[in-house]
Design a protein around this ligand. Sequence first.
Ligand SMILES: Nc1ncnc2c1ncn2[C@@H]1O[C@H](COP(=O)(O)OP(=O)(O)OP(=O)(O)O)[C@@H](O)[C@H]1O
Length: 545
Amino acid sequence: MKNEFVNDGKKIFNLLGNEKWKYLLSVIICAIVVPAFDLALPWVTKWMINAVEMGSKELLIQGFLTMIIIFILYSILVPITGYHYEGRSHKPLLGVRLRLLKHIIGMPFNFFSKQHSGELMSRLTGDIDELFDFYKEQTYDIISILFKGIGALAMLFILDIRIAAPVIILGIISAVSRSYGVKALKENSDDVRKLSGEANSLVSDSLGGIKVVKAFKFEEFLNRDFTSIMDRVTRKAYDRNIIEIKRNALSYIIGSLNFLGVLCIGAYMISKGTLDVGSVFAAIMLQEGIIEMFVAFGTYGFGIKIQIAKSARIFELFQEKQERQGKYEGSGSHICGDELIAIEEGSFSYNDREAVFTRLNIRIMRNELVILEGQSGTGKSTLSKILTGLMPLESGNILWCGKNANMSILRNNVAYVPQEPYLFKGSILDNLRIGNPKATMDEIYKATKKACAHDFIVSQPQGYNTVIGERGLTLSGGQRQRIAIARALLKEASILLIDEGTSAIDSEIENILLDNLISEVDKRTVIFVAHGPTIAKRANRVIEI
Ligand SMILES: Nc1ncnc2c1ncn2[C@@H]1O[C@H](COP(=O)(O)OP(=O)(O)OP(=O)(O)O)[C@@H](O)[C@H]1O
């Protein structure tokens, strides 16, 4: 159990990557500056009180000057170390988020159909923010409290062991009292985390499907579900507050007993002449730091446990396997014979479901016009994704130019237009350039003209620079499809694969567009998924799925 705690703690620290030691050094420096002054003050106070008691003007002035020097150093060093720490902590913390994002993007395509995007967002934002809070606030607090506590304890022993002993005993009682309610708080925090994941998924679903929500007057149901989740969160927050109130009340009582204890013992020792007034003052000032340290064992031990539980959701993602695209070694089609791509005895099923196809054999040649046909749900889009290298076959081989192909080779050689093309927030030009970031404007015009997109693009308010909003929502469905086709044409790949990518385009434009795409066959292989009879007549081959 203890080992698990240490290992998880190490894992959290290791998340900071290469910068972790620099980060630790800067947090240590920053976290010991303030307590160092807190420890110096009781000494100077003792010094000044004893100077007054002895009637030594000289000692009093020396103490006063020391105090001024401490204040000046404090006001210079605290902001400098704080500034340094802020600068140092920023980079590794951003690094964690970036690595997690990269890791998520690097996961196999299938992972995203199992995982809700709202849930992933909640981990990338909420969980990571809390992890940042842990790195930035809690590690600082833990180091600073430990330094101050241990320092105060050492000083108290130097002052007088008879006053140190009761403070330690009372401190241990405080630490034990802080463990009250820890289990209940941890369970509460787990429940709240799950509920916020649910709320995030609900919100992202509602916003993604806002048209359906409005058209079907679905708002009421969503509101009801959201309210129910929020009610549960509120109840949990209430339970948490009750536990916290009890814990704080207990802490307050024990803290007051500590203070009174040191005061009484100190007063007794002064009356007996075994301790000077200055030392009692110093002991009262120091005991706060010691008690704080003992209480912190209870509080931060719990805080770290909670953080480990929260980080588990981040570790879970980091532990998910990355897809293995394989290397791309410039295997363009120029090295091919007649056969460009082939599937041999290929089988595929989604996440242990019934197989979409088994022992499929297809061969597609250079400069061929192929139609993939089949009834709805027979696996045409699945096959397209496999040919594009988005998902691997479960068994069997996929060959590129007669050799086993990895996903990277396929992704480089196939330009894919999905059934529901996705456009990114940004301008039309930004979206086109995804096809080929180095394309010249002439090449872009050529592609958009072939995709029958140029005319409507230039009629947009800022032409090619028009910003099209999230998912290209300011464009019509047919316009989005034509931009997606132009984007694929710009890739200049050996295969152009269009999965029902013209379904939203009116028949007049569609006919011109299909003619243009069919003429691409001079330069590359063109694969259409399930198209009408017009194109089927002109195809070299129809593959029935
Ligand atoms: N991500 C997924 N997870 C699980 N099953 C899936 C997934 N995507 C598709 N399927 C299932 O795989 C089968 C083939 O789906 P696919 O989309 O390939 O069919 P299709 O022939 O392209 O259909 P359509 O012509 O209607 O687009 C269907 O039974 C579908 O329910």
